[in-house]
Design a protein around this ligand. Structure first.
Ligand SMILES: Nc1ncnc2c1ncn2[C@@H]1O[C@H](COP(=O)(O)OP(=O)(O)O)[C@@H](O)[C@H]1O
Ligand SMILES: [Mg+2]
Length: 366
């Protein structure tokens, strides 16, 4: 870029930012980590509050499995409750995201703030118990993303059997995780499922209005309603998508609301696909490149891909639970079709298959 280009580019950017500043009071409302002081509370949240209050009083835990599609406010709700609980009770809340700490051992090490190389699981758990002097709530976010290496999710068993008071709150996009628990863990944990239903258009509009009130100088109510309508009609009512569309709209990223929505949707899909584990991405790649959309046939292609890379493929059952995860993330739709006397599953991609191909190409050829 020549000096003149650079100057005019700089001037253009400054004008754009000044223009945006007239509209935007606070950019942080568009961050996905932003926790509003008073979020739009979904009715299911009161059940969580009741259980936390019970545990606070009695020390007897009810373990919860909070399940809902991506963007249904699971993480936000527990983050907000964490704040309230720390103010109003004697409970301690510990949070771990299983996407980043994907085995029981790594989760304990993370919660203890240590590198526990060389230690055994029972040593780490003992240290963890010694560290938790109060009634402790352990939040395991995205518990469905724990590594297949820790298929039994030992942490759940250990916490449910401990002599001291622990309460587990596990969050998952997919209900599959409950089916995968082994019998021993299930019987001592007895998790109560709490289903976060997809938001309806009114709820999404309320979430958007709250962001607008805090973050914008002016906005049109009709725009909020239109974004809410698009989000509930064309996605699993993912609040992230609505917030990003509003951001693109106020910063003039695309020519009209519909185009902002499409762009936000595409950008979120890219983020989502890039975030998938290698195994799940391999499954999505197989679905995107296979001639047939029947799950059995996609499984064959996935197995061939693993063999080529000298990796052990998942069993069909585990493959299928990954498909359910992809469905809950909104990347595929699973449809059951009658074939003769039985039913077969078909896997339909909800986005441009070339994108899955390209991202997988970059990951696997590297
Ligand atoms: N009830 C709500 N009130 C305010 N913001 C919300 C609400 N639900 C979701 N959001 C926002 O939408 C985005 C996605 O929510 P999140 O809790 O991360 O979803 P999930 O964990 O279910 O995938 C976040 O930016 C979050 O702040
Ligand atoms: Mg979340």
């Amino acid at each position: 870029m020549s000096t003149v280009d650079f100057e005019s580019y700089f001037k253009h950017q400054r004008e754009r930012i000044e223009e945006e500043a007239k509209l935007i009071k606070d950019f942080s409302v568009f961050s996905f980590h932003y926790v509003p002081d008073e979020p739009v509370l979904r009715p299911e949240a009161t059940l969580l509050i009741d259980e936390l209050a019970n545990f606070n009083l009695s020390g007897i835990p009810t373990h919860l499995a909070i399940v809902g599609s991506r963007g249904s406010g699971k993480t936000l709700t527990v983050k907000y409750l964490e704040r309230v609980v720390q103010r109003e009770s004697d409970l301690e809340i510990l949070y771990a995201n299983c996407r980043h700490h994907d085995t029981s051992f790594k989760i304990f090490a993370h919660l203890l703030g240590i590198h526990a190389r060389g230690a055994s699981m029972s040593e780490v758990f003992e240290r963890f118990c010694a560290r938790c002097r109060r009634k402790t709530v352990v939040v395991l976010d995205e518990v469905d993303l724990m590594s297949p290496k820790d298929r039994r999710r030992e942490i759940l068993y250990l916490l449910s059997r401990a002599a001291q008071p622990f309460m587990v709150m596990m969050l998952s996009n997919s209900p599959q995780v409950l089916k995968e628990l082994d019998a021993a863990t299930r019987s001592s944990l007895q998790p109560v499922p709490v289903h976060f239903k997809n938001y309806n258009a009114d709820q999404i509009r309320d979430i958007l209005r709250d962001r607008a009130q805090r973050g914008l100088h002016r906005w049109e109510e009709a725009d909020l309603s239109e974004i809410a309508a698009l989000t509930t009609k064309f996605s699993n009512a993912d609040a992230r998508l609505a917030i990003k569309t509003l951001q693109y709209h106020v910063t003039g990223r695309a020519k009209d609301l519909r185009a902002c929505f499409e762009r936000a949707r595409r950008d979120l899909v890219v983020d989502l696909v890039c975030d998938l584990s290698d195994s799940t991405l391999a499954i999505l790649w197989a679905a995107a490149t296979n001639d047939s959309d029947f799950a059995r046939s996609i499984y064959e292609r996935y197995c061939a891909h693993c063999r080529q890379r000298h990796e052990k493929p998942f069993s069909y059952v585990h493959f299928h639970s990954n498909l359910s995860y992809l469905q809950s993330a909104g990347l595929v739709a699973l449809v059951s079709t009658k074939q003769g006397r039985t039913y077969a599953n078909r896997v339909l991609l909800t986005f441009d298959r070339n994108m899955a191909r390209e991202i997988a190409g970059l990951r696997f050829e590297a």
